[in-house]
Design a protein around this ligand. Structure first.
Ligand code: 5GP
Length: 206
């Protein structure tokens, strides 16, 4: 099998189950690289620097923007989040599937970028906002003010889910895992024009 890189963006409201499904993909599918974002948000209990995020101060984040080091960045719930471009390029060169957990704003920016032909996108949504609220309360990691902010943002994001290639309603976790794995496997099959041209040239020359 030819080893080539591709991109998979996964978006969806916090509490939709993104992290669980991303973990499943990373565990079950080889050659997947998770893009670790940089954020100005404070660390939640259990989160690890350099594994979940790179946690930085606002000043440092702004410097990174000025240096042009982000493939995309956005302000979400009052904090900044961004994707560094260098590790993405390296993983693509190594033939990996680069997996992004980013919001709709970031997805739109990558879709407009030169990486677009290699991009597959998946939106994960809870079956209802009531269920989302229940999950966020159960998680217990956010104040009620933050939960309200997240629910408002969820509504805004759900309205834009038509922009994505695939939509997964996460109601039954085992079924959702199977579909997430199927999408990740199919994402490897996205080719850009240069890859197609090189391949065609090669097999014609054979
Ligand atoms: P959380 O604070 O729950 O970890 O993340 C909040 C939101 O920020 C989630 O929707 C997540 O997908 C998004 N996010 C995380 N990293 C990035 C990033 O690098 N860029 C963008 N645009 N959004 C991100």
């Amino acid at each position: 099998m030819i080893k080539k890189g591709a991109l998979l963006v996964i978006s969806g409201p916090s509490g939709a189950g993104k992290s669980t499904l991303i973990k499943e993909i990373l565990e079950k599918i080889p050659n997947v690289y998770f893009s670790i974002s940089t954020t100005t948000r404070s660390k939640r209990e259990g989160e690890v620097e350099g594994k979940d995020y790179f946690f930085v101060e606002k000043e440092e984040f702004k410097k990174e923007i000025e240096r042009g080091n982000f493939l995309e960045w956005a302000e979400v719930h009052g904090n900044f989040y961004g994707t560094s471009i260098t590790p993405v390029k390296k993983a693509l060169q190594e033939g990996k599937l680069v997996l992004f957990d980013i919001d709709v704003q970031g997805f739109k920016l990558i879709k407009q970028s030169s990486f677009s032909p290699l991009l597959t996108s998946l939106f994960i949504t809870p079956p209802s906002l009531k269920e989302l609220e229940r999950r966020l309360l159960q998680r217990g990691s956010d104040s009620s003010e933050v939960i309200q902010k997240r629910l408002k943002n969820a509504q805004k994001e759900i309205k834009q889910m038509y922009l994505y290639d695939y939509i997964l309603v996460n109601e039954d976790l085992e079924e959702a895992k199977r579909f997430a794995l199927a999408v990740a496997r199919s994402a490897f099959l996205k080719w850009d024009k240069k890859e197609v041209d090189d391949f065609v040239k090669r097999i014609i020359a054979d």
